[in-house]
Design a protein around this ligand. Sequence first.
Ligand code: SAM
Length: 497
Amino acid sequence: MVKLNWKNKETKNISGSESHQILEDFLEVETFYLPSIYEDDISNDSWKNMLISGDNRLVLSQLMKDYNGKVKLIYIDPPFATGGDFHYKIFIGENKEKYNAMAYTDIWREGLESYLNFMHERLILMRDLLSNDGSIYVHLDWHVSHYIKIIMDEIFGSENFRNEIIWAYPAASAQTRKFYIRSFDSILYYTKSDKYTFNDDPNIYMEFSDRVKFALKKDDKGTFYYRGGSHDGKKLSQKVYVNQEGIFPRDVWTDIPYIRANTLEYQGFSTQKPERLLKRIILASSNENDLIADFFCGSGTAIAVAEKIKRRWIGSDISPHSIHMTQKRLLDLSNSNDLIKWKEKYGRNARPFKILKIGEKGRSGQIPHDFIIKNKKDLKSQTSFESPSFNIELIKKENSVKIKLNQYINPNFTILTKNIKKSLAKWQDWIDYWAIDFNYNGKIFNNMWVSYRTPKKRELSLVVSFNYDKSGDYQILVKVIDVLGIETIQNYELKIT
Ligand SMILES: C[S@@+](CC[C@H](N)C(=O)[O-])C[C@H]1O[C@@H](n2cnc3c(N)ncnc32)[C@H](O)[C@@H]1O
């Protein structure tokens, strides 16, 4: 067997999960149970989908405890070792003013070896999480797909290699005349064994190529046919009917465009992948209610698709911004495209889910470096920034309460650049998201009511009313997340008699 070797290659974990050390526990921090949207959707199933904030090395080790051999499909779109930084857009206020902020860095200062070690140890853990009939898709490009393929052969067995899918995106930009323009990603598809799920579902079919479309004709009933050619080894001159509007997928996918800013699914995340790509993968390699995972979830594409086609899911990302973006994407799911009738909206809400945290990485954001005036740029650590505060008006009337967000003050305003300050003209412009737990249990923040902005929907509600069923002493927790991702929580007491 051919193996790839590199300096400091970690080999001791290759053989099995017993050596995976559980380093830290998950901390359940938030749940989403919005009575207004989940009223008729309380399932008996105690399972809750999970979005986990933290380094996926820790996430994978911890999941091993309960999910060893239980995940049906893993899709990952990790950093590609490009040597660059990747951005997401921060939108401010109602005018959709936008600025770039760093989402994640893909610079490997200790060289390719460190990248290969990073992937190698995570892929081993992922193999152990996969069920025996499970599949894994690893999304890469020319930078490292050739190395990772040899590593995948070693971890999953070359006999379990199924495809190298070429996703060729038509919108590649032409920045060079010195070599051919690079315009595809490679997705390595392996299974855990030779018994695996692969669904011949018409919803994964590729569109006919323009050449075939040109040759196809429709009869009076709208059914496609072509004439001539051969069918089952016989030459035909009669009409040959084709009973679907597409063909069984090849391994070169040319029918899925890259995300554009004018689409409904656009999240302003520079490496966001199209929902159509994930739709094909998830429909082909899993069934309803199967458990799907994406451990580098970014803007949450795989998670949103898994949710829409009724899979259970686990998503994780090391960046709090990604978790926040995915959370909002899920809350706004009903306004996204329906995956089957693409031109229509999905129209339903995501099922309740929870947010967990592991390791050091908190949920509070950091002020992007480019947003800070020159002489204050050395204020790198989060602790050098002052905490924001907000003001709430709380009006009690019998068994109901009205809560109004009145003011938000971020004392770091003075260190921001002129442009950013101009965009943050009113206090409301600071607010990206705010949520209320009307009955805080002292442990987990339950988002019972939320208002938030998305790239397309910029208005925010600043007032909400809530009715209590029972008398008692309640703790109300109000959380505000500003456009920089900085989270502030304030606590209020309320007595209902
Ligand atoms: C290419 S992006 C994923 C994009 C995603 N497929 C989408 O459609 O939006 C890679 C993501 O991996 C995350 N990431 C990088 N290192 C990580 C780690 N050690 N643990 C968890 N996430 C990580 C980054 O924060 C980034 O969001």
